[in-house]
Design a protein around this ligand. Structure first.
Ligand SMILES: NC(=O)c1ccc[n+]([C@@H]2O[C@H](COP(=O)([O-])OP(=O)(O)OC[C@H]3O[C@@H](n4cnc5c(N)ncnc54)[C@H](O)[C@@H]3O)[C@@H](O)[C@H]2O)c1
Length: 328
């Protein structure tokens, strides 16, 4: 199978590409290498792809390019059996500063993928959507019929992109699925997230800094579960035209996350508290029963297991990764 992974130098796309290569598929990665966080992480991801491809005997190509380049996108989509579209601008807070860029990349970039795909007989386009499409909860956990009222330009851009995917599926019979990811974490994650902050502070005997009072809740979804959900979409058309939540086994408060990490690394530390950012969601919690029914998705990593694995990876890669976390 020939698989195009957009955003494949990034965190989620990087893991996806690696797994597809290891499973024996040929992979092309398209990524603009955006310096939103240190490019050293992406370089290591690409190096890992080359090594995995060599071990597995699969074809691998990296194309440095922009999803806003419709000709380039048309060429690459035209060669692909499957497209896993992960490229995008991902920071909620930065979207408040640069809403139009988020629209151009996340919405127009996705339209380029969809337009290219409907001109071919691609098996499926899977796009990365987000729990940010829900915005203010009317009830929790969110199921997919919950109203979508995003509270950030990022969430609005993801919702528009996802609606286009579903509409293209409806009117052009394009097999397209949107996966609404709920806060994904794991090795090589973006260094400016709560988990990386907590781990790095605890490793250095500094109290973790919790924004707000720490009662905000999240589903933290371990990267392996997200990869597994995407892999299932190589096998089934049951979710074509749908948006589907991809969350975790449990929902926890941010201060509980800080405690889990603190207990794992430095049990004697206290916490510090700082102001919460308005664009950050107060609560997210996924009902994953639709993913279970349509895809057979079953998250396996609870937060303690996921944190343990991430801390192990962090320790093994501390020499280069920690400085990026500290600088972010
Ligand atoms: N990480 C999460 O918790 C999370 C949650 C919900 C949704 N998502 C979505 O999942 C996808 C992947 O997120 P991530 O955490 O891996 O982020 P990431 O920033 O690590 O990866 C995104 C990649 O897209 C690339 N990119 C940005 N603009 C591009 C463009 N114009 N053309 C080509 N490539 C471009 C970047 O260089 C980067 O490598 C994103 O679409 C994001 O919105 C992520």
């Amino acid at each position: 199978m020939q698989i195009l992974v957009t955003g494949g130098a990034g965190f989620i796309g990087g893991h996806l590409a690696e797994r597809f290569l290891a499973e024996g598929h040929d992979v092309t990665v398209l990524d603009v290498m955006h310096p939103y966080y240190d490019l050293g992480i992406k370089q290591r991801t690409l190096e890992g792809h080359r090594e995995t491809a060599a071990d597995a005997g699969t074809d691998y190509e990296f194309i440095e390019g922009d999803i806003r380049d419709s000709d380039l996108v048309a060429d690459l989509v035209g060669d692909a059996d499957y497209v896993f579209h992960q490229a995008g601008r991902a920071g909620v807070r930065d979207s408040v500063a640069e809403p139009r860029v988020y629209d151009e990349v996340n919405v127009d970039g996705t339209l380029n993928i969809l337009d290219a795909a409907r001109a071919t007989d691609v098996e499926r386009v899977v796009m990365a959507s987000s729990s940010s499409v829900y915005g203010v909860p009317e009830y929790l956990p969110y199921d997919e019929v919950h109203p979508t009222t995003p509270v950030s330009p990022y969430g609005a851009s993801k919702l528009a992109a996802e609606r286009y995917s579903c509409a293209y599926s409806e009117v052009y019979d394009l097999p397209a699925v949107a996966l609404r990811y709920f806060t994904v974490y794991g090795p090589r994650m973006r260094p400016n997230m709560a988990i990386t902050n907590f781990v790095s502070r605890c490793m250095n005997d500094e109290p973790p800094v919790v924004y707000g009072d720490g009662t905000q809740t999240r589903d933290f979804t371990y990267i392996d579960d997200v990869v597994e959900a995407n892999l299932l979409l190589l096998e089934t058309d049951a979710a074509d035209g749908e948006a589907v939540n991809i969350g975790s086994t449990d929902n926890i408060e941010i201060r509980e996350l800080a405690a889990v990490i603190r207990d794992e690394i430095a049990p004697d530390l206290d916490f510090e508290f700082d102001d919460r950012h308005d664009a950050d969601a107060e609560h997210t919690h996924a009902d994953v029963s639709k993913a279970g029914e349509l895809l057979g998705y079953e998250p396996t990593h609870d937060i303690r297991e996921g944190v343990r694995q991430f801390v192990d990876w962090y320790r093994a890669n501390r020499d280069w990764y920690e400085q990026l976390v500290r600088a972010s």
